[in-house]
Design a protein around this ligand. Structure first.
Ligand code: FEO
Length: 163
């Protein structure tokens, strides 16, 4: 059985993951508007992954006899100054999520809720991967700036995600 504190914290993480999905969907729409279809596809795949993350928390709350209470999701930003700025924002968001996951681990450990600590380990590993994936793309786009050849090359490369 989850403590009410842990149940509330896990519900809050469901909201965070859905917000992440919404944010990446907004980035996908932004890239569509620039005709950068590869980046749009990359962000759409990312949005779907975030939906999957939310559902892992959703299922876990039920598995532990808790109650899921869905909260309102804020509207995400809809445009960015450049592709580099969008990917920098995605990386910064992933760092925020890493912080959320670490705080959840610490809260579960403080309660000696070993089941939740164990459940969260998948997310600890996932966050290492999420940051490691976003970081080099953000760095590369920063260097590319508005060089169209570089942007189109990167767009084609990112479009192969999930293909
Ligand atoms: Fe669900 Fe990208 O963190």
């Amino acid at each position: 059985m989850l403590s009410s504190t842990m149940e509330k914290a896990l519900n809050e993480q469901i909201r965070e993951e859905y917000y992440s999905s919404y944010l990446y969907l907004a980035m996908s729409a932004y890239f569509e508007s620039l005709d950068l279809r590869g980046m749009a596809r990359w962000m759409r795949t990312q949005a779907q992954e975030e939906h999957g993350h939310a559902m892992k928390f959703f299922d876990y709350v039920f598995e532990r006899g808790g109650t899921v209470v869905l909260a309102a999701i804020d509207a995400p930003q809809v445009t960015w100054a450049s592709p580099a700025a969008a990917f920098a924002a995605a990386l910064s968001h992933e760092r925020h999520i890493t912080g959320c996951i670490h705080r959840l681990v610490e809260a579960a450990a403080a309660e000696h809720d070993h089941g939740t600590v164990n459940f969260l380990q998948w997310f600890v590993k996932e966050q290492v991967e999420e940051e490691a994936t976003a970081e080099p793309i953000a760095r590369r786009l920063e260097k590319i700036g508005d060089n169209m050849v570089g942007l189109l090359f990167t767009d084609r490369e990112l479009g192969s995600r999930g293909a």
